[in-house]
Design a protein around this ligand. Structure first.
Ligand code: ATP
Length: 666
């Protein structure tokens, strides 16, 4: 089975093997640059080898493995009978074509590391977890699954309860069975994960990306994997996870950045934003665009030397009607009409004995443009959205008629319209409208798999934008209905999955929280009945942690004291207050000599989503609830950011929903 000394020998073996891999990667970088068949492959290969060399170089002495599986000799062990495998973040090749010394956690055989249990050992006689102190292997713990032993180890608990510093880390050593099911779900299935705070949705999404890239490398290298997060702070927080797993090739961005055709320079009122994000806007925009197509009233006339070719208006009408029925993107439809008119001209010309050369056909194609402009004019997204937001010209039909109510129409109509699309200032919601039109004109780039986090906050129109990117791929949708804070936040997942183009998508709940200690989860769960959605409550995996609720008259002073106390512990500190209160609090902390921006961050409640801090100081819950229409949901988010300790500091009575009997002011 291996003693600690024997395992340490294996560590030495792995490090030697890694060095060999590193040397050969370095050599291959040089060779790869000269031998790859084409430039694209050369670049890719070079990039891959360089990043491999860099990774190995950066961490040649890091823990090469975190677990081990020893298979028994029974039937269930199959081809693995009697073998032992060390499991790590990356595959480490053995010497001279021998068996690998470490197996990648994503390999099929490694699945049992996450899934096997005493009730279903899956052929595993022993599962071993290793404890490391820096680069030194210090301990291991065994579960003899064959003998019915399972769980209870301190290494697993210590890993999960480790204080948080800096950006998010991978969880490959401790993925739980219900998470592993989702991570390894088939590429062709779209899933929706409803998970309470800290249940590992984000972690699952990122590990799923890494798993899919491993299991379907060829397919996904071509089509790509897209990870969408709610804001740049969140992206910064998760940015290192996939590279740490050796995956550099996912695109991680926000939806706003992905679709941006213009900078956001305007802000909508709430009513305007709500209407612009409503799914009916898709119909309004489609109508506005297709209203450009006109019934042909004149023949197409193509001058050609002394001849004039004609396509009769009836034929042109038929071409336009047929093309419309094909439901092509608008821009493709326009070119299809052009091609069909050119064909009609060509048939006439050929029937008169003329040979249609490429140059002649191109000339005819150009000559058709004025006729095409009259019946199927070119369009730009900015023009269409401009026309809709400006409102119809006097006497002209309004594409919003019968779709929006007069009040809704008024809400989205510019009070002072710019003179032209070029002069328009666009809001965040307008970018979504522009994208809707852009994709009516031309299909956007699609991805093989799209992972969308904090999906409860997406509007119907944003869901459509995501769906268009995943039309020929699959989706992993991650969210928590209870954490919805936008005016259009989801209240039901099946409805959102339908908007995302995957009505058949499976909805799975994760309910074990790995971030927030039990006492804090209990406090946050008290808010659930008031949040207007039905979600299962989270149960915390963690029995450690501390919750302190204090009423103080001098809020600033109390926050400064709490921050100082928090800094005495290891780990990150987040002081979270309403957006409006942040500048004054920051000033108060600085005035008292507390360093802001290092280990301690003061952040507005509106940007706390998805983030976590070892110690959180939540300031004035009542103000958070009042600051916005879904303020209680915001408070729920804020209270669930703490990994080890939460201080709630208030000078005003706490919101009654927090249900803290015995608390002063509750
Ligand atoms: N199996 C696990 N082992 C160790 N840590 C885990 C595990 N699952 C989740 N975690 C940790 O728990 C914390 C919360 O995970 P994550 O941010 O993915 O949760 P979430 O469901 O997205 O939370 P929220 O909805 O609150 O943003 C992270 O620090 C993550 O690394």
């Amino acid at each position: 089975m291996g003693t600690l000394d024997e395992e340490r020998l294996h560590v030495a073996r792995c490090r030697a093997a890694l060095r060999r891999m590193l040397d050969s990667a370095r050599e291959n970088v040089i060779v790869g640059e000269t031998v790859a068949g084409d430039r694209y492959s050369a670049e890719r290969l070079g990039r891959h080898l360089k990043s491999l060399a860099k990774e190995l170089d950066e961490e040649p002495d890091g823990p090469p493995f975190f677990g081990r599986l020893d298979f028994g000799s029974g039937e269930r062990s199959g081809e693995h009978g009697g073998r032992a495998y060390h499991i790590g973040r990356r595959h480490i090749s053995g010497e001279h074509g021998g068996p690998p010394v470490v197996i990648d956690w994503r390999a099929p055989v490694a699945r049992a590391f996450y899934q096997a249990g005493a009730r279903d050992p899956q052929g595993v006689a022993l599962r071993r977890r290793f404890g490391w102190s820096g680069t030194t292997l210090t301990s291991f713990e065994d579960e003899r699954l064959e003998n019915g032993e399972e769980g209870g180890g301190t290494i697993l608990a210590a890993e999960i309860e480790r204080p948080r510093v800096g950006p998010m880390r991978d969880i490959v050593a401790t993925i739980q069975p219900e998470q592993d099911e989702l991570v390894r779900a088939d590429l062709d299935t779209s899933i929706c994960v409803q998970g309470g705070p800290g249940t590992g949705k984000t972690a699952v999404g990122l590990h799923r990306a890494a798993y899919l890239l491993y299991a379907h490398r060829k397919r996904l290298e071509r089509s790509g994997v897209l990870v969408l997060g709610p804001n740049p702070a969140f992206l910064g927080y998760i940015a290192a996870v996939l590279p740490a797993l050796g995956e550099m090739d996912t695109e991680q961005t926000t939806l706003e950045r992905l679709i941006a055709r213009a900078p956001v320079t305007a802000v909508d009122g709430e009513q305007a934003a709500i209407v612009k994000h409503d799914v009916r806007m898709a119909q309004v925009l489609r109508r506005a665009l297709y209203a450009r197509i006109r019934r042909p009233v004149e023949p197409v006339v193509v001058p050609d030397g002394s001849t004039r070719w004609r396509v009769h208006e009836d034929e042109l009408r038929r071409i336009v009607d047929d093309t419309r029925r094909e439901s092509l993107p608008y821009g493709v439809g326009r070119e299809r009409v052009r091609a069909r008119v050119v064909s009609a001209v060509r048939r006439q010309a050929e029937s008169r004995g003329r040979t249609a050369t490429g140059a002649w056909l191109r000339k005819v194609g150009r000559a058709v443009t004025p006729a095409l402009d009259a019946v199927w004019p070119a369009a730009r997204p900015e023009e269409i959205v401009y026309e809709v937001l400006r409102g119809p010209a006097a006497g002209a039909p309004d594409p919003a008629d019968g779709v929006l109510t007069p009040a809704e129409r008024a809400a989205v109509t510019w009070t002072r319209p710019p003179r032209s699309p070029a002069g328009a200032r666009w809001s965040a919601a307008d970018l979504v409208l522009l994208d809707e039109v852009a994709c009516l004109l031309e299909r956007p780039r699609g991805y093989g798999h799209v992972i969308v986090d904090e999906a409860q906050d997406l509007s119907a129109m944003e869901c459509r934008a995501v769906a268009r990117r995943a039309e020929h791929g699959s989706l992993t949708v991650l969210g928590d209905l209870a954490q919805g804070t936008t005016p259009w936040a989801a209240t039901s997942w099946p409805e959102r999955m339908a908007l995302l183009g995957r009505p058949e998508g499976r909805v799975v709940a994760l309910t074990t929280g790995f971030r927030v200690p039990a006492a804090v989860v209990e406090l946050a769960n008290a808010l659930l009945p008031t949040l207007g959605v039905r979600v299962p409550a989270t149960r915390s995996y963690r029995s450690d942690g501390r919750l302190r609720v204090r009423r103080e008259d001098d809020l600033d002073k109390a926050v400064v004291a709490a921050a100082r106390e928090a800094l005495a512990f290891e780990g990150s500190v987040g002081v979270i207050a309403t957006d409006a209160a942040v500048p004054a609090l920051t000033a108060a902390l600085r005035a008292d000599g507390v360093e802001v921006g290092g280990r301690l961050t003061v952040l507005p409640a509106s940007t706390a989503k998805g983030l976590e801090y070892d110690h959180v100081v939540a300031v004035e819950p009542a103000a958070m609830v009042e600051a916005e229409p879904r303020g209680t949901n915001r408070l729920y988010v804020v209270l669930t950011r703490a990994v080890s300790r939460l201080d709630v500091i208030h000078s005003r009575p706490l919101p009654p929903a927090l249900g803290l009997p015995g608390q002063p002011g509750a």
